[in-house]
Ligand binder design. Structure first.
Ligand code: LMR
Length: 307
């Protein structure tokens, strides 16, 4: 399997590294517009192979899309990260043009690829890649749900002093402050979280999750990369190994949850064809209202893109 990661910044390089050391693909092409950066990072990852014992070939490219030809999956991480004080939506004017150009170049050389979008603002950049590629919606998906859910799970693991492995959760909606964590669907080793964490603490954890990206931007002066890069790699793994994993991903909704005009995070089955199935949960009234608010916000940013 061949995977391309476009953007050799922190997120793209982390994703390529995870793909390599976990041998998720035979070949990983890392591409960036900045002269030499992708070649350097790909070479560095390759030189780590004898130490960490993997044989995934990593190849770098300065904007030469020929090298990406025939990729099965393409991860698009290109664009600017946030600076403190910025919202993800503030990145739209710069990143939309970048994602459009990258998508057009990628699909010329890999017309059958599945596209995973990581650039922000995530839901709207997924929209951009979908309209630029004209691929079926099942092959243009955004990475946010795995990341947001991972943050939620990590905070819960810390609170309960248990392994993060045992926390199962799902989170829906846009990748922003209006995301919709679902305590009703959160379990700890099969036990409903509501039996283990009191309502006030749970609410605080949900709030921290919603602003989890911003917390890191504040600390580091730029956006996070380890968890976002690993989350994208986990999506690639589900696809190339046809694992049929159940993950929340961003996809254009076409009637699911009564929505047909918006790109939102929802649980899906992820396999060799990309999204194999969108799972529809039976949301209660409050959850539906939160999802409606999230949709409204994403639609507003989509309208900015349309203009
Ligand atoms: C994240 O959630 O870490 C990413 O969307 C990057 C960001 O700026 O928050």
């Amino acid at each position: 399997m061949k995977v391309t990661v476009v953007g050799a910044g922190n997120v793209g390089a982390t994703c390529a590294d995870v793909l390599a050391y976990r041998e998720i693909a035979n070949e990983v092409v890392l591409l960036d517009i900045k002269e030499g950066v992708a070649e350097g990072k790909a070479l560095d990852i390759w030189q780590k192979a004898p130490i960490n014992l993997y044989d995934t070939r990593t190849i770098g490219s300065t904007n030469d899309y020929e090298k990406t030809a025939g990729s099965d999956v393409v991860v698009i991480t290109s664009g600017l990260p946030r600076k403190p004080g910025m919202s993800r939506d503030d990145l739209i004017s710069t990143n939309a043009g970048i994602v459009k150009t990258v998508t057009e170049n990628v699909i010329k050389h890999s017309p059958e690829a599945i596209l995973i979008i990581v650039s922000n603002p995530l839901d709207v950049m997924t929209y951009q890649a979908h309209i630029s590629s004209k691929f079926p919606r099942t092959r243009v998906i955004g990475m946010a749900g795995i990341l947001d859910t991972a943050r939620y799970r990590a905070f819960l693991a810390e609170e309960l002093n248990v392994s993060p492995k045992d926390i199962q959760a799902v989170l829906m909606g846009g990748h922003g402050d209006t995301m919709v964590p679902l305590p009703r669907y959160t379990t700890v080793g099969g036990i409903p979280v509501t039996e283990l964490v009191d309502a006030e603490k749970l609410e605080a954890i949900i709030e921290r999750t919603k602003f989890g990206g911003g917390e890191l931007v504040k600390l580091m002066g730029t956006s996070a990369w380890y968890a976002p890069g690993s989350a994208a790699a986990q999506m690639v793994e589900a696809i190339v190994r046809d694992q049929r994993r159940v993950f929340p991903v961003c996809i254009k909704l076409e009637g699911e949850y009564g929505i047909d005009d918006c790109y939102l995070g929802v649980p899906v089955i992820l396999g060799k064809n990309g999204v194999e199935k969108v799972i529809e949960l039976d949301l209660d009234k409050d959850e539906k209202e939160l999802l409606a608010t999230s949709r409204k916000h994403v639609l507003e940013v989509m309208a900015v893109l349309d203009k």
